[in-house]
Design a protein around this ligand. Structure first.
Ligand code: KG4
Ligand code: ZN
Length: 336
C-alpha cells in the first residue's frame, strides 16, 4: 500500500510517500524559516500563502521522482488539525482535489498522532507507553495503549516548551526557531553560572508552565551588561536547556511510573533536543523502561509521520469523506 502524506499545519510544507513494505520512500520538506525569522515567530497569513506556492510543485517532484501518477496511490493522508487554520486548509483542499480526481480514499490525520507515530518509522513501540509530546505548540504527556488509543495525562498551563525556547532565543538576539540554536550553544555553556527556576515541579499534578521561565530569562538578560558576550549567551542557553529538560523528564517518568507502562517515548520538534534525549535514555535505562529516540528528521514537522499515521488508519479500514473539515484545535483522545 502506497500512501501520500501532506503536512501544512504550521510553517513547513511537507509531502511524503510511505510504503507498507518499504517504509518511507520520500520525505520532502520546504522550510519557511527565512520567511518568518524576521518576525521572531510564525505569521499565519504568510504561512498559508507560502504553502499555496510550494505544495503542488513538491507533490509533482515527489511523483516524478518515484515515476508515479496519482492513480498509483492507495490513499492520501493529510493533517486535518490542530494547527493554523489557513495553513491546514491549503493541505486539505489539495488532498481532497487529488482524491476526487484520482478516486482515492482520503484520511485526515491528527497532527499529534503523526508526531507520536513518527516513533514507528524507526522500529516498534513497547506499549502501553507514555509519550512526551513537545513542540512549538504542544507540551503534553500522553498515555498510548495501542495505535489509535490515546489519553492526555498532562499538559501545559501556558506556553509550550518549544515556544519557551523560541521566545527566549529572541530575547537573546538569536535566530528563529530558537530550540535548535539554544541546543547547539548550550554545548559550549558552562554549568553553575546561572540558575533558573523549575516551574511547578512541587505541584503533584501532571502540569507544566513555561511562561515564568521565559520571564526569568528576561530578568536575567536585563540584569547583565549589553551586548551579551558569546560565552554569557552560551551559559544562559545551558541553564535554560537544563531547566526545561528537568521539568519535562520529571513529568514523563512520573506518568510512566503512575501508569506502570512498558515504554517511554518522545515526539515533536523539541524531541530533537540532545540533552532531553540523553536524559530520557539514562532514566529509562535506570527505570527499566523501553526507549528509542525518534530520528531527528522525523521530530520536527514532516509529512512522513502523517503518511505513516494515515497508512495505519487506512489499513484499519478508516477513511474520511471529501467534506472533511480542518480543526484549529482538536483533542487527540476524541479524534473520531
Ligand atoms: O514539531 P514542530 O516542528 O512544530 C510544531 O508542531 O510546533 O516543533 C517546532 C519546535 C520549535 O519550537 C523549535 O524551536 C523546537 O521545536 N526545536 C527544538 C529543537 N529542534 C527544534 N527545541 C529544542 N531543541 C532542539 N534541538
Ligand atoms: Zn508539530
Amino acid at each position: 500500500m502506497k500512501v501520500l502524506g501532506i503536512e501544512t499545519s504550521c510553517d513547513d510544507t511537507s509531502v511524503a510517500l510511505y510504503d507498507s513494505e518499504l517504509g518511507v520512500l520520500e520525505n520532502l520538506v520546504s522550510s519557511q524559516v527565512d520567511l518568518h525569522d524576521h518576525f521572531g515567530g510564525v505569521v499565519p497569513e504568510l504561512a498559508s500563502r507560502a504553502h499555496l506556492v510550494n505544495l503542488l510543485p513538491l507533490i509533482e517532484v515527489l511523483l516524478e521522482r518515484r515515476r508515479l501518477a496519482p492513480a498509483d496511490l492507495d490513499g492520501v493522508a493529510v493533517t486535518a488539525g490542530p494547527g493554523l487554520i489557513g495553513a491546514l486548509l491549503v493541505g486539505l483542499s489539495t488532498a481532497k482535489a487529488l482524491c476526487w480526481s484520482a478516486r482515492k480514499p482520503l484520511v485526515g490525520v491528527h497532527h499529534i498522532e503523526g508526531h507520536i507515530l513518527a516513533n514507528l518509522l524507526s522500529g516498534t513501540m513497547d506499549l502501553p507507553a507514555t509519550v512526551l509530546v513537545v513542540s512549538g505548540g504542544h507540551t503534553e504527556v500522553v498515555l498510548m495503549s495501542e495505535v489509535g488509543r490515546y489519553r492526555r495525562l498532562g499538559w501545559t498551563l501556558d506556553d509550550a516548551a518549544g515556544e519557551c525556547f523560541d521566545k527566549t532565543a529572541q530575547l537573546m538576539g538569536l535566530p528563529y526557531p530558537g530550540g535548535p540554536v539554544i541546543d547547539r550553544l548550550a554545548e559550549r555553556g558552562r554549568g553553575g553560572r546561572f540558575e533558573l527556576p523549575r516551574p511547578l515541579t512541587r505541584d503533584p499534578r501532571l502540569v507544566f508552565s513555561f511562561s515564568g521561565l521565559k520571564t526569568a530569562v528576561r530578568v536575567l538578560v536585563e540584569s547583565l551588561p549589553r551586548p551579551l558576550d558569546d560565552q554569557t549567551v552560551a551559559d544562559i542557553c545551558r541553564a535554560l536547556r537544563e531547566a526545561v529538560v528537568d521539568v519535562l523528564v520529571q513529568r514523563l517518568f512520573q506518568a510512566a511510573r503512575e501508569h506502570r507502562v512498558r515504554g517511554v517515548y518522545l515526539a515533536g520538534g523539541v524531541a530533537a533536543n540532545s540533552w532531553l534525549r540523553d536524559r530520557v535514555a539514562r532514566e529509562a535505562a535506570a527505570g527499566g523502561f523501553a526507549f528509542r529516540p525518534p530520528e531527528r528528521v522525523y521530530c520536527t514537522d514532516n509529512a512522513a509521520m502523517i503518511a505513516c499515521a494515515g497508512h495505519a488508519r487506512l489499513a484499519a479500514g478508516f477513511s474520511d469523506p471529501l467534506d472533511l473539515d480542518g480543526f484549529a484545535r482538536a483533542p487527540l483522545a476524541s479524534w473520531r
